[in-house]
Each structure stands twice: as C-alpha cells, then as structure tokens.
Design a protein around this ligand. Structure first.
Ligand code: ADP
Length: 425
C-alpha cells in the first residue's frame, strides 16, 4: 500500500469526521483505532486516519502516540501527514497541539508547518489569526465554558505560541486570496525569520484549497477536517489520487439485529432520543443505578434481548443538564462519566454477543469506550448519514462483518437514529 495521505486524529469521532470528508473528496479512506498491528489486512486505500484518544492526555504521551502513528504511515509511503485537531482548537497552554506539532515537524525536517482549524461549512473561520465559531470569536462562544479545555483567547497565533517551542506567525487572508504561490512565498519568508508554524486564515472553501495545495509541498500540516478537504482536493487536482479508483467499501448488507446507544447529553442528542421514541423501543437507564454497579447494564441487556427480534432498540443514559449536574454533584464528574461509559461498553459487548451487527453510538467519549471494548481495529468509511457522520464498516473485527455509526454529541438532525439505520442495512 502506498498512502497519498496519512492522518493522525486526536479523538475518534473527529477521525470519523475527517475520514468522511476525505471520502467525499474521492479518497479511499480507512480509519484505524490506534496504530494498526502489522497483521491487520488493510485494503488498498489512498488515506489512513489513525484515531488516537490524545486530546486531553498528558502532552508527552500524546507526542509519543502521535510519533508512533506518523512512523507507521511514513513506512507505508505517506509523504504528507496531517495532525487532525478539533475545529475549535480544543487545547490548553500545556498542549497538546503545540507539543505534537513540534515533534512531527522535528521528525519531518520541515522548517515550518501550516496550521488552520478553519472549516467554513461548519461555521469555523479564521481571520487575522482569530478563530470564529459562527458569528462570535472563540472566547465568546460556548467553548469558553468547555469542561476540559476552556478557550479564553481567540487569537490562535497567541494560543499556539504558548504551546509551541517555536515562533508562530500568520499567513493572512490577503496572502491566501492570492493563491498557493503567494502562500509559498510567505511561508518561505516566515521560515527565513525562524518561525516554526503559521496560522493560516480561511473564510471560504476556496481558501482551504489554496492552503491544501501549498501544504502539500511540506511533509506535515495541522488542522481540522477543513484542511483535510484542502489537502484531498490538492491531491486529486495534481493527479496524485485517482478518484476513479474502485471504492474500497462494499455495500453488501450485513443484516443482523440493530441497536443504538446514547451517552451524549447534548441538546441535539436529547431531541434525537425523543424523536426515536416514536419509531423504536427506548430504554432510559437509571444513572444512579449505573454508578452503583453493573446490575443496571445487565438489566438493560436483558430488556434489549427480549426486543431485538422485533426491530431496533435504543438504550440511553442521557439526561438534561440539571440532572447531569446533580448526578455529578453526588458522585463526582469523572467517576459518573467513567461509570456510564463503561456501562455503555458492557451493553455494547453484550449486544454484539447477542447478534447485533448494526450499532449506532451517540457521544464522543461514549463511542471511544464502546469501540475500545469491541476491539475493532479499523473501519472503512461508507456513505454519509449526516454532516460529519459516515457509516463505518468494521475491518478485522473479531465478531466479523459489522456496521457502526459514531456520532459526536451535537451532530445530526432530529431523526438521526432512524436516518442512520436506513443507511445501515
Ligand atoms: P458528547 O459527544 O455529547 O460530548 P460524550 O460521550 O463525549 O458526549 O460525553 C458525555 C459524557 O457524559 C460521558 O462521559 C458520559 O458517560 C456522561 N454521561 C452520560 N449520561 C450521563 C448522565 N445521565 N449524567 C452524567 N453524565 C452522563
């Protein structure tokens, strides 16, 4: 296999989002969970997205994991590696974007790295180095209250400079609007002045194409799915990827029972669960019981087994912000979250043992816990259910053919669960 593009994603649902974008641009893409073992048989693909859970772990560990992923992809011919971060630049002054970027740049020998989390399609734009979420700067958006990585500064030049050992510059929109050669010239100038990274402005999709084309001259870039789109279009335009290559994903139905698990408490997911009540059997877990022990997961499994033959089921732990806050006050935030994630993983494991072959999971952390427990090493990326959420076909899974959909909290329309199952046959 010779990869046209290697990607390292700092979380699982972000990886699916990127893999989905690359697929839509015509790249045959596989998403792996962690660095694949050498015996994992992967089909011929153009891009691999190695999913890590490295967004909020200790920086040195994130660096080590990212380096291992990079090494694996370089050994398979990847001349360019994208470090995929969140489009809201989720990070703290300790990292992990800067430290991982510094390490990948050092390994690649590149003098300077282009960085942009812009993804105009989802309302993330960058102007004069400031990240906007919709109409407001990052520090006025809900990300200012993020439980793990509160973002209080919209200037990504400043944010990244606090995390990186090198100097951070800017390629502003006037340069970007003049096209790839102007970007190349600006980067050369910045590299000459010893800058190790440059935030790139991007407001429109065409800006991402300019950035992607220029970034392909380098061996590393950093950004969200938007820069992935730019890189993919650059690879296709330059003939390095043949969009007519036969697709790696089969659309053969897998059959088997279908189930949905929801651990996300986002507004969107709460609405989607309410809507699903009209079309499928829904069980609401008792969160206090879940934290108290494993009995609640067993009860849920029993409930599901009695219904699986009659159609899809949905099991949800999700509740409203006031109830979540009350549970966290009783048990501690991390303990409550962890117990519920593990219960979801227990339930997923039991469901698959009972014949479920089509599984939809709502929630980023929840998806991570489920996929880890099921021991699925990778996925081929299929059709898109909703923006950023593709159907995933497991590869190399011990339980054989299986389809999954992993949705981060706010994604998808009100009918997301039934929309997903319609495409997962
Ligand atoms: P999202 O993608 O919406 O952020 P996640 O799965 O990443 O969803 O995060 C949701 C977190 O909330 C998980 O740690 C999950 O275990 C936890 N959780 C789920 N249900 C509840 C609940 N009823 N009370 C408290 N925490 C919950």
């Amino acid at each position: 296999m010779t990869l046209a593009l290697g990607c390292i994603a700092d979380d699982y649902t972000g990886a699916s989002d990127l893999a989905n974008t690359l697929t839509k641009c015509g790249l045959r893409t596989v998403q792996t969970i962690g660095v694949p073992s050498d015996d994992l048989a992967l089909p011929e693909v153009d891009a691999v997205v190695v999913s890590l859970k490295s967004r909020s772990i200790e920086a040195s560990l994130a660096v080590a994991k990212s380096r291992a992923a990079e090494k694996w992809m370089r050994a398979r011919g990847a001349s360019h590696v994208l470090f995929k971060i969140c489009s809201t630049f989720d990070s703290t002054d300790a990292g992990n974007i800067g430290p991982v970027m510094d390490a990948l740049r050092a390994d690649s020998g590149d003098p300077i790295v282009l960085v942009t989390p812009a993804f105009p399609e989802t309302g993330r734009t960058v102007y004069q180095g400031n990240l906007f979420v919709g109409a407001v700067p990052l520090n006025e958006s809900p990300l200012k209250d993020h439980p793990l990585n509160p973002m209080h500064d919209s200037s990504l030049v400043r944010v990244l400079a606090r995390q990186s050992k090198g100097k951070v510059g800017l390629v502003d929109l006037t340069v970007i609007s003049r096209g790839p050669d102007a970007v190349r010239a600006r980067l050369a100038e910045l590299a000459e002045q010893d800058f190790g990274a440059a935030i790139a402005d991007a407001v429109f999709e065409r800006d991402l194409e300019t950035i992607g084309t220029a970034a392909l001259d380098h061996r590393v870039s950093v950004g969200a799915s938007g820069i992935g789109l730019g890189l993919a279009r650059g690879l296709v335009a330059s003939g390095r990827v043949n969009v007519n290559a036969t697709t790696a994903v089969s659309d053969k139905p897998v059959g088997g029972a279908a189930a949905c698990l929801a651990g996300s408490c986002s507004q969107a997911t709460l609405q989607q669960i309410a809507k699903a009540e009209q079309t499928m059997a829904v069980l609401h877990l008792e969160p206090d019981q879940v934290v108290a022990g494993r009995g609640e997961a067993q009860r849920a499994l029993q409930w599901a087994k009695e219904r699986l033959d009659n159609g899809p089921v949905l099991i949800a732990s999700s509740s409203t912000p006031d109830r979540v806050a009350a549970l966290q006050a009783r048990h501690g935030r991390d303990a409550a979250g962890h117990a519920i994630e593990q219960a979801m993983a227990d339930i997923a494991e039991g469901l698959v043992k009972s014949g479920v072959r089509r599984l939809v999971v709502a929630g980023g952390e929840t998806s991570g816990a489920v996929v880890d427990r099921l021991g699925i090493p990778g996925f081929l990326v299929g059709p898109e259910i909703a923006a950023g959420v593709p159907v995933l076909r497991a590869v190399g899974a011990a339980d054989g053919e299986m389809l999954l959909a992993l949705k981060s909290g706010n994604f998808g329309g009100p009918e997301f669960f039934s929309d997903a199952l319609k495409l997962m046959r």
